[in-house]
Each structure stands twice: as structure tokens, then as C-alpha cells.
Design a protein around this ligand. Structure first.
Ligand SMILES: Nc1ncnc2c1ncn2[C@@H]1O[C@H](COP(=O)(O)OP(=O)(O)OP(=O)(O)O)[C@@H](O)[C@H]1O
Ligand SMILES: [Mg+2]
Length: 661
């Protein structure tokens, strides 16, 4: 096939198949391009995403790429009929806007053309003119708006111009195309993705710059999702069932009012009413930049109800979306970043050598230095963790309805009771593999990243458990609790780990087009995966070592002080089922305040009055109390209670106790 030089086939009105059959054809190869059908474009512009939040995520990324310092999102929550997303970035020139419309899927970002359009830095096409790593790459992100609406308006202005441009985009949807087209051939035209109406408007304010995306009519099904309509309906049904003593229906509905929500709105956009006012963890005069932290507190405070609170039971769909946007946007952490932690944060820190055989190296934090400083000063080669985090790229704030987004991950040591480790463990590392041996055609460019694994007695909320891969500061997937398919089953320890990987170069190409999942066959993802799995093993080894030491000292203590049969059989059971994991601290209290305090301290606390009531006693004598805690511990050792609330724990223990007594 290599012999003859292929002749590029030119479309001078002749089809390639006609040329191949014509007299003038000489028997050699001709080259032609692969072309995409409008159908593909229509499908892509109709949305390749899983949830409405994708639209906001993509618009935030675009604002970041446009060097904006602030993005303001307004919704008319809890109605969710109108949405605007405004940024103060560089805006779009007519040329850039035309390109956006005419070349869907042909992003100019990270290309030389981007340089000419002034949307990438002159020196490095991977950076914005102001030096931020560019997130966009494909040229489809904007169409994520189709998740929210069929029509939207882009109003944009470039600094120095005396006009602003307004483009109204009317999208057809794929579904519509199907029905309009049927099987007839002349329907081909209806696969057009949509129409754009453009105009310019003179403006006095030549200095102004930025872009607004205006959605004045949100799709009804999206409104329904954002306003948690289905959940509220079930809650109403449950309330009704209770009023009419229909306990069968009542018990079958598992939904309950989320601890925090934006309110319940019933009805159509215009005529409708707010049936339930909002329940938010702040008041109207709370500053925007304190709200994310209060939202985290609110979710964390659910630990008096369940062992590992999760977002969907604590928050309604809207607040959950705000949380997820905060997690995926290139914004600051709600508190210090993991690399800025120090000994006062109750951590022990370790360096992860990149190879598979060298164990993690403990970093000395006694001088009061941060983890970043300790790594730089104590590890060979003076590695600097997250150099980019320190490079100023201008501030970037995202405000959603008055909530300033901050990355909702905290590295506070959460106690698991007096038997647990007194510290959290933070493992940090950097990786830049030598890819010279990988075939350049499949290598997918360079790869480099920094990462950490944070072990804590409890990960709250549960949704923060797993690994999250950020590419250039942004991420469109959330925490992956499988840790990229880690096959070793050590459920408890894995449930206690939060990990993030910050990719500087590479991995983009391993992201599937929905940007929410990875192509595991891509070499970059395989490198990330094997680094992560090695690091998990190193963490496990250290954690085991530390727990074993702690156990041994406690065991001595126990032998000296206790000859109890129940105690020794529980100790044995726990070790058999849970290995080196410390046994839970179980307490019994009857006062509400005491119970809550004890749970906040990380204990598993049984409500004495609940249990005595259910077994028909007025109080619990010490022996029954002992039986109750032993039953509780057995259930915990076999991991039978994880998804149950504390009230259910007490109920289960009481029911068993009733039978055995
Ligand atoms: N807020 C904005 N400010 C300035 N320009 C923008 C903005 N949003 C979009 N653009 C322009 O429109 C183009 C298309 O945006 P879109 O999100 O569809 O693709 P992309 O960002 O280039 O790539 P990706 O599909 O990976 O997001 C961008 O390349 C950019 O030039
Ligand atoms: Mg984009």
C-alpha cells in the first residue's frame, strides 16, 4: 500500500466513487477526508451529558479560559425558570463567535489559530493570554446549555470595541429531528442542529468586556430536577399517609425532608406558589464567601443522625448541584489546601516515592512547617508540590445565587472514638513518567501530575470518598469510590480515603467525550491508575503498621485490666473480621445532648432511653448495657449497619436484646 503516492481527491463536483470508475482513473490511491454527518453534530449539540449541572460546569470553564475573574450565576430558585451566567472575561470577537457557530467540535483553544484569535497565550498555546492552563479543547462545551434549554442568548463584548454582539441560538433537538424526518430522504436537511440570529448593538462603554449567557425558558423536565419535584411529591404523599393512618404507604416511602433546601415550589412557571420556605444554613446577611463553609458544617452535623452522612439525604437537588459545581470548578478550597496542612491539623505526613518498591517516607512536621515545605526540604530532589497552585493566575470567583463557591473538601481530623488513631494520615507525591518507551502514536503526549491520599477515621460526606482527577484545575467527574478499579478488598480502609490527582500535562485525551468518565485503554489513565494503586498499597502498609502498634499497647493494657469473657471474644472477633482496624468506641447515654456530643467525638452511641423503652424496662442495669454494646459491636464487626441511621442501630440492638433476654 505504501508504493504509490496518494493523490488528494479534490471535490470539483465529482464524487470519489465516480472518479474511481472513470476513464481517467490510473489505478493509484486517492485520498479523501472522513466527514461527519450533521446527525452527529445534532446529537452532540443535543447534549452528551448526564445532568443539568454539566451546563454550568462548561460555562464556568469557558469563563476561566476567557481569563474572567468572576462568574455570576443567577437562577430564580426555587422556580428555576430563568438562568443567566455572566462573566467579566475577554468576550468574543465577531470572528471568535462565528467560529463557535461554524465549527462545532473544532475548538481554536490550544491551537495556533487560537493565538491569532487572541484566545490563547502567544508564548504557549496551552495557556490563556493571562497564563492560566486552558481547560477547553474540543469545541462542544457551550452546547451543554442544551441540557437546560433549546434557546439561549449569548451577549458578549470585547474590551475596546464600541459595540456588543448578541447571538440568539435556537437548537433543534435530536428527538425532534427523528419525528420530523421519518424515513424520507429529503428530511436530511432537518438534521441541522439549529439556527443562530446575530446582531450587533452600539455601546458607549468601550471599556466593558465579558459574556452573558441568558436562558429565559428552562425546559420543564430540568426545572423538575432542579426543584426536587419528585422528592417533594413523595414527602407530601408520606405526610398524607401519616394523617390518614395509612402506615403501609407511610413505611414504603423512604424519602424525607432534606436537612437543607431552597424551598418547595409547586405549579407552573408563572402561576405557582412556594409551598415550603427555604431551609438554609445561613441568613440573608451572611457574606457570600462564608456560605460554602456553613453548608459543609450543615452536612457534617448530620453525624448525629448517621455515621457517614451523604449529600443526597442532607441536601435537595439544587444545593447538591451547587456543591458539585464547587467541587468541579477551579476555585480555592473552603479551608487550607492539603499541601498547606501542618502538624497543628492533627496529621502525620508521608512522601510517596514514585516507584513501586520504596515505602512511603515519613515527613517531619515538628518544626511547624507545611507539608509542601517538608517535602521540599526533606525529600531528595526538593520536589515542589502543586507549583501552579502558587502561581498567581488572577483570582477566580464563582458566585451562584449569592454563594461563593469554594472546593468543599476539608482535611480536619475526625475522631473515630478513643480507640481510633489520634491523627489523620496524609500521603503526597508527584509523578512524571518517562514515556519515551511508549510508542509516540499512542502515547498521547506528556504526562505529569501531583496527588495526595488523605486517610481519616471518617470521610464526611460519604460522597467525598474516593479519587477525583482534576485536569488543569477543573474536573467533570466526582469522587470515584472504586479508586480506578482497585481490586483489593479492604472496604473499611478504602472508605476512609479522600484522594485527588492534579494533572498538569496529559490525560485530556483519555477523557471520554462526556468528560465524566475515562477511557481505561489510554496509556495516561493506566499510568495514573498504577500510581494510585501503588500509593494505596503504601498507605495501607503504613496504616497497618501504625494501627498495629497502637493495638499492641492497648492490648497490654487490656490484659492487665480486664479478664472479661465478652471482652476477649469481641477482641478476637474484631481482629478476625477487621484485621488491624481499631475497635469502635461504643457509649451509652440517655440525654439527647450527651448523645450528640458523644457522636461528635466519633463514638458510636446508643440511646439508653430508646433501648430501655423498647425492652420494657425503666433503665438499663450495667449487665444489660454490656449486652447491648456487645450486640452492637458484633453487628458492626460484620459491617451490617453501614447504611442505617443511628436510630435504626438502636432499634436493631433493642430487638435482638428483647429476644435473648
Ligand atoms: N465565556 C466566554 N468568554 C469568551 N469566549 C468564550 C466564552 N465561552 C465560549 N467562548 C468561545 O467559544 C468557543 C467555544 O466554546 P466551547 O465551550 O463550545 O468550546 P471550547 O471551550 O473551545 O472547548 P471544549 O468543548 O473543550 O469546552 C471557545 O473556544 C471560546 O473561543
Ligand atoms: Mg469550553
Amino acid at each position: 500500500m505504501q508504493d504509490a503516492e496518494p493523490i488528494p481527491f479534490r471535490k470539483d463536483g465529482q464524487e470519489v466513487q465516480d472518479y474511481l470508475r472513470s476513464e481517467s482513473y490510473d489505478g493509484g490511491f486517492v485520498v479523501t477526508d472522513l466527514e461527519a454527518s450533521d446527525r452527529v453534530i445534532a446529537r452532540v449539540t443535543d447534549g452528551i451529558y448526564r445532568e443539568p449541572a454539566a451546563a454550568f460546569r462548561e460555562l464556568i470553564s469557558n469563563a476561566w479560559d476567557a481569563d474572567a475573574s468572576r462568574v455570576t450565576i443567577h437562577t430564580d430558585a426555587p422556580r428555576f425558570s430563568r438562568v443567566t451566567v455572566s462573566d467579566d472575561g475577554r468576550g468574543m470577537s465577531l470572528q471568535t463567535l462565528t467560529r463557535l457557530i461554524k465549527s462545532i467540535g473544532g475548538s481554536a483553544k490550544r491551537t495556533h489559530e487560537g493565538k491569532e484569535l487572541g484566545i490563547t497565550s502567544k508564548a504557549d498555546v496551552g495557556l490563556t493570554p493571562n497564563g492560566r492552563p486552558i481547560i477547553g479543547k474540543i469545541g462542544v462545551g457551550m452546547f451543554a446549555v442544551s441540557q437546560l434549554a433549546r434557546q439561549f442568548t449569548i451577549a458578549t463584548k470585547v474590551e475596546g470595541e464600541s459595540y456588543r454582539t448578541i447571538a440568539e441560538i435556537h437548537l433543534r433537538t435530536y428527538e425532534e429531528d427523528n419525528s420530523a424526518q421519518g424515513d424520507s430522504r429529503d428530511g436530511e436537511d432537518s438534521f441541522r442542529s439549529g439556527k443562530v440570529f446575530i446582531k450587533t448593538e452600539p455601546t458607549e462603554d468601550t471599556y466593558a468586556h465579558g459574556t452573558d449567557i441568558i436562558i429565559s425558558y428552562v425546559k420543564p423536565n430540568v426545572r423538575k430536577i432542579l426543584s426536587s419535584t419528585d422528592r417533594w411529591r413523595l414527602i407530601d404523599e408520606k405526610d398524607k399517609a401519616a394523617l390518614s393512618n395509612d402506615w403501609d404507604t407511610f413505611a414504603s416511602i423512604k424519602e424525607s425532608v432534606p436537612a437543607h433546601h431552597i424551598g418547595q415550589f409547586v405549579g407552573a412557571t408563572r402561576e405557582g406558589e412556594i409551598k415550603r420556605g427555604p431551609s438554609l444554613p445561613w441568613s440573608s446577611d451572611t457574606p457570600a464567601d462564608e456560605r460554602m463553609s456553613l453548608l459543609m458544617d450543615a452536612v457534617e452535623s448530620q453525624t448525629t443522625r448517621v455515621q457517614r452522612p451523604d449529600l443526597s439525604s442532607s441536601l435537595d437537588a439544587y444545593l447538591h448541584m451547587v456543591w458539585n459545581l464547587a467541587l468541579s470548578s477551579p476555585v480555592r478550597y473552603v479551608g487550607p489546601s492539603p499541601f498547606e496542612l501542618s502538624a497543628k491539623d492533627s496529621i502525620k505526613a508521608f512522601w510517596l516515592p514514585p516507584d513501586s518498591s520504596t515505602p512511603a517516607q515519613e515527613l517531619d512536621l515538628t518544626s511547624g512547617c507545611t507539608v509542601r515545605e517538608a517535602a521540599r526540604d526533606q525529600v531528595a530532589g526538593a520536589p515542589l508540590l502543586m507549583e501552579n497552585e502558587q502561581t498567581p493566575v488572577g483570582s477566580f470567583d464563582v458566585d451562584v445565587d449569592g454563594i461563593l463557591l469554594r472546593r468543599p473538601i476539608r482535611y480536619r481530623h475526625i475522631s473515630t472514638g478513643e480507640r481510633g488513631l489520634p491523627n489523620s494520615l496524609l500521603f503526597v507525591g508527584k509523578f512524571k513518567p518517562d514515556l519515551s518507551k511508549v510508542d509516540p502514536t499512542i502515547r498521547g503526549g506528556d504526562l505529569s501530575f501531583d496527588g495526595y491520599l488523605f486517610w481519616n477515621g471518617r470521610v464526611i460526606p460519604r460522597d467525598n470518598n474516593g479519587v477525583l482527577i482534576r485536569i488543569r484545575g477543573a474536573s467533570s467527574a466526582y469522587f470515584d469510590e472504586s479508586f480506578l478499579n482497585y481490586k483489593i478488598s479492604e472496604t473499611t480502609r478504602l472508605r476512609q480515603i479522600v484522594s485527588e490527582i492534579f494533572v498538569h500535562d496529559g490525560v485530556d485525551a483519555a477523557l471520554n467525550i462526556d468528560r465524566e468518565s475515562f477511557n481505561y485503554a489510554h496509556p495516561h489513565i493506566q499510568f495514573v491508575q498504577s500510581w494510585l494503586h501503588r500509593s494505596l498499597r503504601k498507605l495501607t502498609n503504613k496504616h497497618k503498621e501504625i494501627s498495629r502498634r497502637l493495638r499492641d499497647t492497648r492490648k497490654l493494657h487490656f490484659i492487665e485490666n480486664n479478664e472479661d469473657f465478652i471482652e476477649s471474644s469481641l477482641e478476637e472477633l474484631w481482629q478476625r473480621e477487621r484485621g488491624d482496624e481499631p475497635r469502635p468506641s461504643i457509649e451509652v447515654f440517655s440525654e439527647f445532648a450527651e448523645i450528640n456530643r458523644s457522636r461528635d467525638d466519633g463514638n458510636l452511641t446508643l440511646d439508653e432511653s430508646e433501648i430501655s423503652k423498647s425492652i420494657g424496662a425503666s433503665t438499663l442495669d450495667p449487665e444489660v448495657k454490656r449486652q447491648a454494646t456487645a450486640i452492637y459491636e458484633i453487628l458492626l464487626a460484620f459491617d451490617l449497619l453501614t447504611e442505617k441511621s443511628f436510630d435504626q442501630h438502636a432499634e436493631i440492638v433493642a430487638q435482638i436484646l428483647k429476644v435473648v433476654r
